[in-house]
Design a protein around this ligand. Structure first.
Ligand code: E4P
Length: 224
């Protein structure tokens, strides 16, 4: 499963990219607004940091306008993926963009039949919104499982991009449900590294090491 970061915060993206486990980025209009920065400038910086798929969302509601924005996004960089909300005009645009070889990410998916329609339109990615679905009293991970079943059974190649992830558990459940990608905020990605037992174990090892005589192998590198 690939790991994407869900933000337009350049310093978070830089840090996550430096960890060596990041495959791509998803942005949305809220992220861009939150950054408080110039849209074009932010995009330039993100594309310069990450060499992987980067989703940029369209903001029109008519197919022809979505296509126009999608072409502009695609022309911006070879790694660009055009994010389009699931709706009739959106999927009409996705079909057109796909026919031009432009990659798309169909977003705001809350049902498996929406994911089916996105695949039929030729979407590269479908983004089921896990946590927002959970907040509505629904089962977000079940949605990923259902989409996996449908895509496997009927041979759709659209990738499942588990989105709106706000807990480590939702990352684990996305892995188990067969998502192709999971996108998450920086703090969730960072939390995946953490476990209290790791901290306790590490402290114990480092404390015990203090009583070991200095070695030629580690020299001055070892923490003392
Ligand atoms: C998907 O690509 C969206 O940007 C995103 O995951 C939205 O998540 P949220 O529910 O945390 O806002």
């Amino acid at each position: 499963m690939q790991l994407f970061i869900d933000t337009a915060n350049v310093s978070e993206i830089k840090t996550a990219w430096s960890w060596g486990i990041l495959d791509g980025v998803t942005t949305n209009p809220t992220h861009i607004a939150k950054s408080g920065r110039d849209f074009d400038q932010v995009l330039e910086e993100i594309f310069a940091i990450v060499d992987g798929p980067i989703s940029v969302e369209t903001v029109s509601t008519k197919a022809e306008d979505i296509v126009r924005e999608g072409r502009a996004i695609a022309a911006f960089h070879r790694n660009a993926v055009v994010k389009v909300p699931v709706m009739p005009e959106g999927l009409k645009a996705v079909k057109q963009l796909a026919s031009e070889g432009i990659k798309t990410n169909v977003t705001l998916c809350f049902s498996a039949v929406q994911a089916y329609l996105a695949a039929k339109a030729g979407a590269t990615y479908i983004s089921p919104f896990i946590h927002r679905k959970e907040l509505a009293g629904d089962d977000g991970v079940l949605l990923v499982q259902q989409i996996r079943d449908i895509y496997d059974r009927y041979g759709y190649e659209t990738k499942i991009l588990a989105a709106s992830i706000r807990t480590g558990k939702e990352v684990l459940e996305s892995l188990l449900a067969g998502a192709d990608v999971a996108t998450m905020p920086f703090d969730i990605m960072e939390s995946l590294y953490k476990h209290t037992m790791t901290d306790i174990g590490l402290k114990m090892f480092l404390d015990d090491w203090k009583s070991v005589p200095e070695s030629k192998l580690f020299g001055t590198l070892a923490v003392r």
